[in-house]
Write a protein that binds this ligand. Structure first.
Ligand SMILES: C[S@@+](CC[C@H](N)C(=O)[O-])C[C@H]1O[C@@H](n2cnc3c(N)ncnc32)[C@H](O)[C@@H]1O
Length: 224
């Protein structure tokens, strides 16, 4: 069963205009396109699943998928027996699609509709912080600082972080938005020295339109 955690989302009245515009942008994307029409679509996040397996994450671990979108990672983790799952996304549309797909199983998941740079999450709670293709939309140093501050507070003392972003060979824009491309070094620089890089992996993702998006996956463990 899902643990009983209380989230304190920022009330809608306090969400700034920029954040609201971003939410509207992503809601429109998920309203107007089917998952398979989105460039980042994969039927299963195989690379993420492989890295989660290799990091030795326990079935009892608290896992949060940041910017989970409509991806099937949560479906696959539930199937694999992971019990404490949370999915955070700015887009209510995306979360609704996944909840509908999961049916009753959706009740086993904690859903967090929020901007990752503004949300208040439970402290030292998550054993795994997973993010595929959300971090790279933070194009300002301030946005990335906020992200890391929130992650740092929410992660358990020896928590694992998996961030998958467009690599230096990846696209400069996605879904009509600018992105910041990354390398293991740039992600390490954002996270700071407390985070020990365990492994990296590259992925040449074939989009549903037959083009390529180059990703870099970085796995970190937080040291005491
Ligand atoms: C490119 S999609 C990736 C979706 C999913 N992780 C996948 O791999 O299929 C990016 C997702 O991040 C979400 N997102 C973008 N910026 C965000 C933010 N600041 N806070 C929370 N979610 C955000 C979007 O709504 C979208 O679902």
């Amino acid at each position: 069963m899902q643990s009983n955690v209380t989230f304190t989302d920022i009330p809608m009245s306090q969400i700034n205009k920029k954040s609201l515009n971003l939410k509207n942008h992503w809601d429109t994307v998920f309203k107007t396109k089917k998952p398979v029409e989105m460039s980042w679509y994969q039927p299963h996040l195989q690379k993420s699943l492989e890295l989660i397996r290799r990091a030795g994450i326990s079935r009892e671990a608290e896992i949060i998928d940041i910017g989970g979108g409509a991806s099937t990672l949560v479906d696959d983790l539930l199937k694999a027996g992971f019990k404490r799952l949370s999915v955070l996304d700015l887009s209510a549309q995306a979360l609704t699609q996944v909840k509908t797909r999961l049916g009753l199983k959706a009740n086993q998941v904690m859903w967090v509709e929020a901007n990752v740079t503004e949300v208040i999450l439970p402290e030292h709670h998550y054993d795994l912080w997973h993010d595929r293709a959300a971090f790279h939309f933070l194009t300002s140093p301030e946005g990335r600082k906020k992200y890391v501050k929130i992650m740092d507070k929410a992660l358990s003392p020896r928590g694992v972080v998996i961030i998958a972003a467009f690599s230096q060979k990846g696209p400069e824009r996605c879904s009509g938005l600018d992105v910041a491309r990354h390398s293991p070094e740039s992600v390490q620089a954002e996270l700071g020295k407390r985070y020990h890089l365990l492994e990296t992996a590259e992925e040449s993702h074939e989009t549903p339109f037959g083009t390529r998006q180059e990703f870099v996956y970085c796995v970190f463990k937080r040291e005491e």
